[in-house]
Design a protein around this ligand. Sequence first.
Ligand code: PLP
Length: 450
Amino acid sequence: MAPSADIHTATNGANGVHNGVNSLKKYQDRSNLVPFSSRLKEGRALAEDVWSIFNAANLPADCINLGQGYMNFAPPSWVKDAAEDALNSVATNHYSHPKGRLRLRQALNKFYGPQLGRELDVESEILVTSGANEGQYSVFVAFLEQGDEVIMFEPFFDQYLPSVTFNGGIPVYVPLHPQASVDNPAKNEWLIDFDELERAITPRTKMIIVNTPHNPVGKVFTRAELEKIAVLAERHNLLVMADEVYDYLVFDGKEHVRFATLPGMWDRTVTVGSAGKLFSATGWRVGWLIGPASIIRPTLAATTRIVFCTNSPLQEAAAVGLEQARERGFLEQQTREYDERRNALTAAFDKLGMKYSQPEGSYFVLLDISSVQWPENYPFPPSVLGRGRDFSACWFIAMEVGVSSIPVSEFYCEEHCTIGENYARFAFCKDIDTMKQAAERLQSLSKFLK
Ligand SMILES: Cc1ncc(COP(=O)(O)O)c(C=O)c1O
């Protein structure tokens, strides 16, 4: 039976399906019958992203992957054993409370309470989420009205953008500016222009995302910087999302300042954490939010609708991880191991005489690739050719040197992407042997430097 006329007039969506005289033709092509939501476009969710260009299938089989930010090693055995114990019990295989398992919330209180300078109420101030990512998404669901603006520093963790726009928010981008470090002009540091930040705030600004230690810059924001952000948050009544998923990866004795501990900031800050980062278990999808009840309660309502609860056995394992991390000396040992991996990579760049941003925290190094040169007729694929210089550089390095990285312009809006075009992000969350091998391979880059 032919579709009725009113069905024809009802469709006109983001994928460009139109109505009217071509209706019969339209229904012959059944590959795109129902239009998808325009929010997928606004959130760049359908664009060919950097991960699909620089994935293993497109790169040489033996390429060392320093592009994607996940580990090539397992979680600690005592945390894995706890996961196995949980799988072998009954209750821990079933639904948990949407707030998270009590054992994990209690462990979070013991672990984070002292650092936040308060006893946390495990019923109203802690929420376990399906990775930090889902927790952040739930905060956006809970707090954003259509047209609310959310400030994010560029380069930004790429999930922020779709998570904000899917919930009606408008991302407002404030770039960090790379500058030669005063202490060591061969290195870059990334700074906030506070006038620019204040100009970005409007009556519609609802939130600001502060990611420290920072992905991808490796910056640990100083107390002075955070205090200035706090002043603005107070002046303009902003909700602060303190994305601190790399809180235990801080090097060289740098101080990680928890935003929520700054004067007056507890009441307007939600702190984001991740068992994936803390225990090398990114696929477990366990994260958490800590904040005042006024932020956690609405966010609980959102997360309950989205996932109902986070997987139970791995919550138990994360609880054991937090309970035992300190007494086992795990955090110090993990930092030492990451430090060694970081040094293997930066020593390779030093040897090449290349400039990079010294990672103070997280597990990323931004290499300045402006000195990398490739033959004019180098056979880049079309997916790379249409993009910034950093896409070409990363592709070229992966093909010729056998080490993959990620172009940094991907983490900028169009207007500011030229800042990112000079950088490639290398992740050092790989075991030391892999890092040493990558460091050795990278020396062959010397042939291609101006
Ligand atoms: C800055 C930042 N925030 C949040 C996340 C998400 O963490 P999770 O894997 O726990 O969802 C990541 C993961 O890469 C990240 O880099």
